[in-house]
Structures are given as C-alpha cells and as structure tokens.
Design a protein around this ligand. Structure first.
Ligand code: PLP
Length: 389
C-alpha cells in the first residue's frame, strides 16, 4: 500500500465499531474484567490488551498503530507531548554512567533536559557538529549508549547524514534516536538506520494548533518493550480527546503537508531574491548546504523554514516588521493550518560544539494554508516596515 493510502487505513477497525469509520473516543480509566482469572491472565502480558486507562484504550492503540504506519514500520507509544517523547526515550535508553552524543542543533528543550536532568543523574552529554557524518566514530566511547539526531535541526535547519551516523553508532554499540518532527511522513527512519523515531505530533499530525501530543516509534518489538516499560514506569498517559485529534489530523496529513511545502518553497524562493535577506534556511532550496542530503533521504518537505537577514538591522525595525504582519502571527509551535513567525536570534540559538554567527537577525517562518499571494504581500509589506525602521 502506498503512503497516502496507509494514512487512510491505518489504525481503523470499522467492523468492531458498528461500521463507524473512525475509532470511538474511549473515556476510560477503569476497565472491568469478567473474572479474577481474566485479571490474572491480563497481568501476564501487561502492555497488551485493554486493562487500565493508563496502559491504553482502543483509541490509544489505534493512534499508535497509525503512527507506526506514518513512520514506516515498528511499534509506537503515545505520550502527552513532543518533549515527553524526547525525555521518555532518553530515560528509557540511558542510565547513570552512560554517555550521550547530542546534535548541537537540537531543539532547545532537548538540550536543557540533557544539561539539567541527565547531568544530575550522572549521564554525560557531548554535543557534536550536525555536519559530522561518519566522523561521529571519533566521539564514540565504550559507554556511549545513544546518538541523538535531528535533521534538519531546530531553528538553523542543518541537515545530517543519518545513515553514516547510524552506521558508526551501531558499530560502537549505541542506539540512534531521531527527532523526526520536521520529516513527519517524508523521512522513513528505519530505512535509514534509526532505532527510535519520535515526533511532536502537536505540530503536523494534530495539524490544527489545538492539542499537545507526542509519539515514540521503535524499530522492533524488543526495543519497544524496553521503552514502553520505562514510559509505563513514569506514568505517562494521554487523554482521549488528544488521541482522537491526532487520529483525525493523520487522515489529512499527506495533502496538508504537500500544500504547506509548496507554499513554503514559493515563499523561500521569493525571500532568497530580497536584498534584505542574507540566507534562507530551507533544505529544499538548491542553494541550501543540506540540499543534496535532503534529496537523497527525504521524499518531501514541510512548511517550516528559517531566514537570516543580510545585516544587523535594529531590533525596533525587525519588531515593527513582525508586529505588523497580518498572516504571520507571533506564536511558538508550528504545523497548524495557519502561518506563524518568531524571531530566533540572541539567546534562542545555543551552540557549544560549533559556531552560529549569522550576519543579521534570524527568524523562523511557518507557511500555513492561506493563499500564497496573500502571504507574499504580507512579507512584502513587512520589508517596507523594516526599511523604514
Ligand atoms: C515543538 C517541538 C518539540 C516539542 O513538542 P511539544 O509537543 O511542544 O512538547 C520537539 N521537537 C521539535 C523539533 C519541535 O519543534
């Protein structure tokens, strides 16, 4: 079955639900068992079957099956947010004394978790250059248990050679964990050597800016059991409405993504030509340093990209440009139907292994589903405010 068709079918079981197309929303904590014997039987395989709300309901299992279809295989675990997917994966695979290799362009809260919680537990993190490729072998230690990748990286959009990194990590006995939030449907992790792929489903999977949700997908059942046992030990559980919104979003994910990506490419190409712009950070652009890797490994893109202005414009001028946008509203997160912008300079980009010295202020845009001509006009008006400042 092709990808678009998998998204339509994944996780559904209409025959079990009176023919209803969608899996019902089960609001359940307590699940009644018909006998003591049935309770005892269920206890033998604690993570299979419907036993208690925290371990999952049919809505949870439908969402998890559907996410595994998005990721191209494996077995998934629903968690309450994207950040929970990151922290739960790391807590499952690392213990005191272990070493973690973390990409320098990681999502900032990932870095914060490593430097605070993991450091406090005696788990050391070394940050590495996103462009390291096979060179990661030189950073591997006997106690390196996880190599964490995110491609393209948050805010700076640097691509990584994941197959080369994964080969070196596996030779050294480490697992590869990927933050696949940007790739969503367009990067198939397990075909590229990833062991655990996680997503902030809050972004494109939910797709409407109305719920927090995360998912961890493991390449095989043994790794799934290891991660699932840890997630269960911490007590992560996801609300029924969030799971339903995740499932609903998934059904239209492929069409939405193609539209977001087409609009983003038009905007990115237009921005590239502007004198105010130094660089557009978007791997689908041929001029992007990560373009060859993106073409080799990805089957598409999404609507999120960065812009570095050509010179150090005054903060007041940049603020005036952003404050006046009609469509690019100021908000964190992305992946909803609406366009967004945030300033990304200053303290929001922390690097410790590599330098990031753009010539001017930097921004992150999310191309929503508005008409592209309206979005272009909005950007054009913005540059007038920037120039006047
Ligand atoms: C937003 C985001 C997350 C965190 O997701 P939440 O659901 O907000 O916790 C993780 N990784 C990336 C790349 C993100 O952009």
């Amino acid at each position: 079955m092709k990808k678009d068709s998998r998204l339509v079918h994944a996780g559904r079981a209409s025959d079990r639900y009176h023919g209803a197309v969608n899996v019902p929303v089960y609001h359940a904590s307590t699940i009644l068992h018909p006998s003591v014997a049935a309770m005892e039987e269920g206890g033998k395989t604690p993570f299979d079957g419907v036993r208690y709300g925290r371990f999952g309901t049919p809505t949870t299992f439908a969402f998890e099956d559907a996410i595994a279809a998005v990721e191209g295989g494996g077995k998934a675990i629903a968690v309450p947010s994207g950040l929970a997917a990151i922290t739960a994966s790391l807590m499952a695979l690392l213990k005191s004394g272990d070493h973690l290799l973390m990409v320098d362009s990681a999502y900032f809260p990932t870095r914060k978790f490593c430097d605070s919680v993991l450091a406090g537990l005696g788990i050391a993190t070394t940050y590495y250059d996103p462009a390291i490729g096979a060179g990661i072998a030189a950073l591997m230690r006997p106690e390196t248990k996880v190599v964490f990748v995110e491609s393209p990286g948050s805010l700076t959009f640097e691509m990584q050679d994941i197959p080369a990194i994964a080969a070196a990590a596996h030779r050294g006995g480490a697992r590869v964990v990927l933050d696949n939030t940007w790739g969503v449907l367009n990067f198939q992790p397990f075909a590229h050597g990833v062991d655990v792929s996680l997503q902030a489903c809050t972004k494109y999977v939910v797709g409407h800016a109305d719920a927090m949700l995360g998912a961890i997908t493991c390449c095989d059942a043994a790794l799934w059991l290891e991660v699932k046992a840890s997630v269960a030990a911490f007590g992560h559980s996801v609300g029924a409405e969030e799971l339903f919104l995740g499932l609903r979003g998934l059904r239209t994910l492929a069409v939405r993504l193609r539209h977001h990506a087409a609009t983003a490419l038009t905007l990115a190409q237009w921005l590239e030509q502007r004198p105010e712009v130094g660089r557009v950070l978007y791997p689908p652009l041929p001029a992007d340093p990560g373009h060859a890797l993106w073409r080799r490994d990805f089957s598409g893109a999404c609507g999120l990209f960065g812009v570095v202005l050509a010179r150090p414009y005054a903060k007041a001028a940049v603020d005036a440009m952003l404050d006046g946008y009609r469509h690019f509203n100021l908000g964190f997160s992305w992946g909803g139907y609406e366009s967004l912008v945030i300033p990304t300079g200053g303290h929001s980009i922390v690097r410790t292994a590599t330098a990031w010295d753009p010539p001017g202020p930097s921004l992150r845009f999310h191309a929503g589903l508005e008409d592209v001509d309206d979005l272009l006009a909005d950007l054009d008006d913005g540059f007038r405010r920037l120039g006047a400042g």
